[in-house]
Design a protein around this ligand. Structure first.
Ligand SMILES: [Zn+2]
Ligand SMILES: [Zn+2]
Length: 137
């Protein structure tokens, strides 16, 4: 069933038929994607910031294209964008290598803490079990 929704771009009411924005904004976005595509074709290695500055296309549009994998097959172009943690230029995933490693370390530490706590719990129930057995015998 089609429903009326507010366009996230311009705020106007529109009938949702699969697109996430009104037809007018969708047209603009298609146009902008084309501009970005042409730009990326001519610039093998560029950052999101560069694309935004040079094409005037909104960053979120470029990011959305990136996340949808729109650049993967465009002739080996390398698009970089800022790491979500430290802002370093990256071209894959959400974080740079350093921050990914930091996150992994943190997760490993958390995991170690959790399993240490679990081991302690097992220890305790083990002791209690033995104590119970001792008591019974
Ligand atoms: Zn709109
Ligand atoms: Zn980082």
């Amino acid at each position: 069933m089609n429903k009326l929704k507010n366009c996230p771009e311009c705020g106007k009411l529109y009938l949702e038929v699969g697109q996430k924005m009104c037809p007018a904004c969708y047209d603009i976005e298609l146009e902008q994607e084309q501009i970005v595509h042409t730009y990326v074709r001519d610039h093998d290695k560029c950052s999101i910031t560069q694309i935004v500055e040079d094409t005037g296309v909104k960053e979120k549009v470029v990011l959305r294209m990136l996340k949808n994998g729109r650049f993967i097959n465009s002739g080996g172009a390398v698009i970089t964008y800022p790491c979500e943690k430290c802002g370093a230029e990256i071209y894959t995933g959400r974080f740079c290598e350093k921050c990914s490693q930091d996150l992994l370390d943190q997760a490993a530490k958390l995991e170690a803490k959790k399993s240490a706590a679990a081991a302690q719990r097992i220890d305790r129930s083990h002791t209690m079990y033995n104590a119970g057995k001792d008591f019974r015998s």
